[in-house]
Unconditional design. Structure first.
Length: 325
């Protein structure tokens, strides 16, 4: 009982236990949903020829893929293998899921970092510009850009940019084989430019709106009026006092969007032919590779949980009030 009270009183332990429960829920959900989709690895691999299989041949293939066991046994067998570091095997790529993820995860991480940096460079200045004079033309401009970022689908913007730039200035670096950052930095940065712009523009919209709301709220506080009365310069007042105290909601939104990028860039990765983790999930679903999809989705969920925990820790660095609590 004392241990339970200690865990309940400690916010970090509470979050860790909550994260473990979330991961288990994700594991159950993806396992059930995959098997609710018609077909399996046998039908995906053989197509219409699967209908010509004899009962003994089908039974042998089901035993090979582990489909002959009860669903509960399949689930806990997969979960037990994960704790030993065995995430499964990809029949399509003929490599383990660990090796497959080791190749694709750095691509998605690089795309996520570039996209979030662009989003912050667009969203925070635009939000501060809108908040500097509410209901003015500059505010209308910022709100319009934010509305466009929220309303234009990523696949539409990606396709339009790719088509226009390819037709006008012959710029299509994604038409070549993907180059990793360590192999060909220049080509890699060119291939990351358009997908980062597409994702960054979409993410900049919620960051811009969050920044605008937070800045307007902080500007109405008494300590801002006191600092202005003491003669604090406009630039220092804007960046140190206003933006510094508005960082918590901005960090929250940035953490949520970064977590989304780790698994939500499937469409953009497919359009720009980036061998990222989102494309890995998409190909796994098409081929009905249960181990690939289940393990990859669980890794994405783990990354999202870690980002949220790091965001919570960052609160304690930037806001003394959170440390006091």
């Amino acid at each position: 009982m004392t241990a339970v009270r200690a865990i309940a009183a400690h916010p970090i332990l509470r979050r860790v236990l909550s994260a473990l429960g979330t991961l288990f829920g994700v594991a159950v959900f993806v396992f059930v949903m995959l098997r609710a989709i018609p077909g399996n690895q046998i039908t995906a691999g053989l197509g219409t020829e699967a209908a010509a299989l004899t009962p003994s041949q089908r039974a042998a293939l089901e035993a090979y893929y582990g489909l002959d066991k009860p669903l509960v046994v399949q689930f806990f067998s997969w979960l037990g293998n994960i704790f030993t570091g065995n995430l499964g095997f990809s029949s399509r790529a003929q490599v383990s899921v660990v090796d497959l993820t080791a190749q694709s995860l750095p691509v998605t991480l690089e795309l996520a970092v570039f996209s979030i940096v662009l989003a912050l460079l667009i969203g925070i200045p635009l939000g501060m510009l809108s908040a500097s004079k509410p209901d003015s033309p500059r505010d209308a401009f910022g709100q319009t850009v934010g509305l466009l970022g929220l309303s234009i689908p990523a696949f539409l913007l990606a396709t339009a940019l790719l088509a226009i730039l390819s037709a006008t200035i012959r710029f299509n670096p994604n038409g070549e084989a993907f180059a990793h950052l360590t192999e060909n930095p220049l080509l890699n940065l060119q291939q990351m430019l358009l997908p980062s712009l597409v994702l960054g523009f979409g993410i900049a919209a919620p960051i811009m709106r969050t920044t605008r709301t937070a800045v307007l709220e902080v500007r109405g506080n008494d300590f801002i009026r006191t600092a202005r009365a003491k003669g604090v310069g406009p630039r220092r007042l804007q960046f140190r006092h206003v933006l510094g105290n508005a960082l918590v909601p901005i960090v929250t939104m940035t953490g949520l969007q970064f977590g989304y990028l780790l698994g939500g860039a499937v469409v953009v990765e497919q359009i720009f032919s980036l061998p990222g983790i989102g494309r890995q999930v998409l190909l796994g679903i098409q081929q009905k590779e249960y181990a690939v999809v289940q393990s990859t989705v669980l890794l994405i969920a783990l990354a999202f949980v870690i980002v949220n925990l790091l965001t919570d820790l960052l609160y304690r660095i930037i806001d003394p009030r959170v440390r006091a609590e």
